[in-house]
Design a protein around this ligand. Structure first.
Ligand SMILES: Nc1ncnc2c1ncn2[C@@H]1O[C@H](COP(=O)(O)OP(=O)(O)OP(=O)(O)O)[C@@H](O)[C@H]1O
Length: 821
């Protein structure tokens, strides 16, 4: 149209085409109201003249919950400022939902402090609309009101930083007499350890194990704390013995010296692929001083064909996962195990937990059979021991480890770092032998469910505030869905999150069409996002440096898991890894200064393995566990039992959510007024909620994470379920920590993985609290079925393990940890 063409020639000055009026007189409030009204009419007039619709101004991050509501309702009447503390004094309000309809709090078993959600802009959002169409209701509750109070002391105790330094318990020995050569290691190997691997002296467990395994062919059970160097404790004697074998053959001028064709002499079994690869790396480093010896790995998740090709070429040491080795023993002719004289079962308790008992039994019988059948052929290798030595490594001496010992060991020697510490008869509680490294500084944070997410962000913000104070941190989260959700939050620019825009006409039409065709909108996961396992964290990075966030869980493809761990290991900049328990066992990640148990572990020994990712080989480390006020605080008893000086509890620090929020969010360190941190926390929470509401995929991810979290919560071992009582879990408050504004009872997760069809109509709280003795079993089985506890292979193993354990416990007349009946 001609008019349009003419309009193109208009140039609109930056100041606008209408003069802005001056506002004088009246009080501040009246001037603000007049200014807003004028701005509104100014915009409308400009739009009318230009035909261009002005974009809506983003809502600043510094608004609070009531401001958001007001944005939609217009200017509010003057009202005295109400501090969040004032909220605390108010009696509970009946929850009011967006339709104006009131509902009794007990209707959904959720929060009693739900506020009406009248954020029209949120309701206009497609995700929210989709939810509203399903009968979902948007609820905003205040972060700081109606939180449960702590049952323990409210004032933080002396922080662990203030404690006097403690002698490390897993460090290399310092006496001049304690050298590798004094244990029987050859000068060549000792020189290699010193020059190439920078290892000057053995640790206590290495001293005990190396001396024993070099001089003797007896089976052994190695038990030592995390980070004490168990890997080298069993690898060093094997490599030393193989080097001796080689030297022997040369001395005796036997035709062929030891080479890759001489046969397979040692097998090391580890429960996970990550651990197998890590052991293989240490072994490769050792074998650089004996290049004629060849090692390789056979682990699940890799092509069997290439593994077969490697086995065909000939190997001397094999690192494997039990399932894959059992498979090769059955199907790969090139795998000859008749010369195997060392079998190591690393992380024995975990091997049993994952249900590898059958595979290990098969492997052991196969080795025995072939060794007996080829006795004479082995005689051509002078010095090859007549009997096989089996070494079992485990942090604990639980019943299932004893069972593994029965399968694999014969007259085993019990090797401990300090045998004087505990005698074999000191078996009142064998797990108690497993303690945290003495120098590890432990603390717990008492955080109400609603404050969990903002507290985690604040805690990490504070930890990474000064470059160098924390280089690497690991945050343990109970399930894969929750890891993904928190990864997305931490790697998003929350400050850019604005109130979702209004739908365009096209979108409205589309929606009408959709409704007509009665097609349910399908929320598709973005396939490109699956491959992203690390990204910068805007919310954690201070101005001075960047912090990278990583994610790791068993549902990621193996190649991605491996590359993520490698990237995290090589990264020399500050980084945080969000992980499930897939990263809790055996992994040796350098420079981890801090471990955060955002979700407490399912059992005490898992907790010890998790915190053992720091304070390794004598280095310093910090660990903090998040506990909710109430029964969870009782878990401090477990923290005390982790330590030799436990009963006193003097080395276990305590922090409150308020303290964490103040330190993490008020970066100046000085509070302008005592509610400043509350406002900042509320802003952060609102930003996260807006982030979730901005797309259906994010909302789905939040709901999925929440539901998986609740299911995983029900899987704590029976002995600890008093601390983690699902019936005490406040589902409504917890939903807020997942950025959700919905009632737990009405929450549906589109595209829920396996088991979604069996979703009960009852709210999770009621489902979790199934009746009588089988409540734990119901919850556990639901968790195993519906939660991505680990990858599918490991989940299957876990199910098998649960069944095996149930059977075993029944036979042993013991209380079953899953309360099966
Ligand atoms: N003698 C030593 N001197 C210095 N550092 C050592 C020594 N032996 C091992 N280390 C280092 O200690 C760290 C922990 O070793 P390793 O992974 O074998 O411990 P672990 O006892 O198996 O721990 P976990 O129980 O957690 O699996 C590694 O980084 C390793 O390089």
């Amino acid at each position: 149209m001609a008019d349009d063409g003419m309009l193109l020639n208009f140039s609109i000055p930056d100041s606008g085409i209408l003069n802005k009026p001056q506002f004088k007189g009246g009080n501040w409030k009246q001037r603000q109201t007049a200014k807003k009204a004028a701005a509104h009419w100014h915009t409308k007039a400009t739009e009318r003249l230009t035909g261009v619709r002005a974009p809506k101004a983003p809502l600043p991050l510094s608004v609070n919950a009531t401001d958001v509501n007001r944005t939609a309702l217009g200017p509010r009447p003057a009202r005295p400022h109400r501090s969040p503390e004032y909220d605390n004094d108010r009696p509970a309000k009946r929850p009011k939902v967006s339709g104006g309809e009131h509902k009794k709090p007990e209707d959904d078993g959720a929060a009693a402090d739900f506020r009406p959600h009248s954020d029209a802009s949120v309701i206009k959002n497609p995700a929210a609309k989709q939810d509203a169409s399903k009968g979902g209701k948007q609820i905003i509750s205040s972060l700081f009101s109606f939180n449960p109070t702590s049952t323990t002391q409210t004032q933080p105790t002396k922080t662990t930083e203030e404690d006097a330094p403690i002698e490390p318990s897993n460090a290399p020995l310092t006496s001049e007499l304690d050298t590798f050569t004094s244990l029987g290691i050859s000068p060549t190997l000792a020189a290699h350890l010193l020059k190439k691997m920078e290892l000057k002296a053995p640790t206590a467990i290495q001293k005990a194990a190396v001396a024993q395994l070099i001089k003797d062919d007896s089976d052994a059970f190695i038990q030592a704390e995390t980070g004490s160097g168990k890997t080298l404790a069993y690898l060093l004697p094997i490599v030393q013995r193989l080097m001796e074998l080689s030297a022997n053959m040369k001395k005796r001028k036997v035709d062929e010296s030891v080479s890759r064709d001489s046969g397979l002499f040692a097998i090391i079994l580890a429960p996970t692929r990550e651990l197998s690869k890590q052991i293989a790396n240490v072994l490769d480093n050792l074998l650089r001083c004996a290049h004629w010896l060849v090692a390789t790995t056979v682990i699940g998740g890799e092509k069997k064909k290439s593994e077969k090709a490697r086995l065909r070429k000939g190997i001397n040491v094999l690192v494997a996962t039990p399932g894959r080795l059992a498979d090769h023993l059955e199907h790969t002719k090139a795998l000859d195990v008749s010369n195997v004289r060392w079998l190591v079962l690393d992380e024995g308790d975990r091997l049993m937990e994952l249900g590898f008992e059958d595979e290990i039994q098969k492997i052991v019988s196969n080795l025995n059979l072939r060794m007996r059948a080829h006795k004479d052929e082995a005689a051509r290798i002078p010095g090859l021991p007549a009997k096989r030595t089996t070494v079992l490594c485990s942090a604990t001496m639980k019943l299932d480890v004893e069972r593994l010992g029965e399968i694999s060991l014969k007259d085993a020697v019990h090797i401990r770092a300090n045998p004087a510490d505990r005698t074999e008869d000191d078996a009142a509680d064998k797990d108690q032998a497993f303690l945290a490294p003495a120098q590890l500084k432990q603390s717990f944070a008492v955080v109400a469910p609603k404050l969990r997410l903002v507290s985690l962000i604040s805690f990490l913000k504070r930890a990474f505030a000064r470059k160098g104070s924390v280089m690497k941190a690991i945050v343990f989260i109970s399930c894969a869905d929750s890891v993904d959700f928190h990864f997305d939050i931490l790697t998003s620019n929350l400050e850019e999150e604005t109130v979702p825009r209004e739908d365009t006409k096209e979108e409205k039409d589309e929606e009408v069409e959709e409704k007509k065709s009665k097609k349910k909108p399908v929320v598709q996961a973005d396939p490109t996002k699956i491959a992203v396992t690390h990204a910068e964290s805007p919310s954690l990075s201070p101005h001075t440096h960047k912090v990278t966030t990583y994610r790791l869980h068993g549902s990621l493809p193996q190649s991605l898991r491996t590359s993520t761990l490698a990237h995290f290991t090589k990264n020399n900049e500050p980084a945080v890894l969000l992980a499930t328990d897939v990263a809790s066992r055996g992994l040796d990640l350098p420079n981890v200064d801090l471990v955060v148990e955002f979700d407490p572990a399912f059992a005490r020994e898992d907790h010890l393995h998790r915190i053992g990712r720091t304070a390794r080989a004598g280095r310093d480390g910090r660990a903090c566990i998040f506990l909710m006020p109430g029964c969870e605080e009782g878990y401090v008893d477990i923290l005390k039992s982790d330590r030799k000086d436990g009963e006193t509890g003097i080395h276990i620090g305590r922090q409150d959510a308020d303290e964490i929020l103040k330190k993490g969010l008020v970066t100046s360190g000085v509070l302008k007024d005592k509610t400043e941190y509350m406002e900042k926390a509320t802003d952060l929470q609102l930003a996260v909620e807006r982030w979730a509401l901005a797309s259906p995929a994010r909302l789905e991810s939040a709901r999925r994470a929440y539901q998986s979290h609740v299911r995983a919560y029900a899987t704590h071992v029976a002995a600890e379920r008093g601390y983690f009582d699902i019936k005490q879990l406040h589902l409504g408050h917890l939903a807020k920590a997942f950025a959700l504004r919905e009632r737990p009872s009405g929450m549906k997760v589109p595209g829920l993985r396996t088991g979604a069809g069996r979703e009960s109509k009852k709210p999770a709280k009621i489902r979790g609290a199934a009746t009588g003795a089988n409540k734990g079993a119901v919850a556990t089985k639901a968790a195993l079925d519906d939660t991505k506890v680990d990858d599918t292979e490991e989940a299957a193993k876990m199910r098998k393990a649960v069944r095996a354990r149930e059977k075993f416990m029944r036979h042993a007349g013991m209380a079953d940890e899953f309360n099966l009946g």
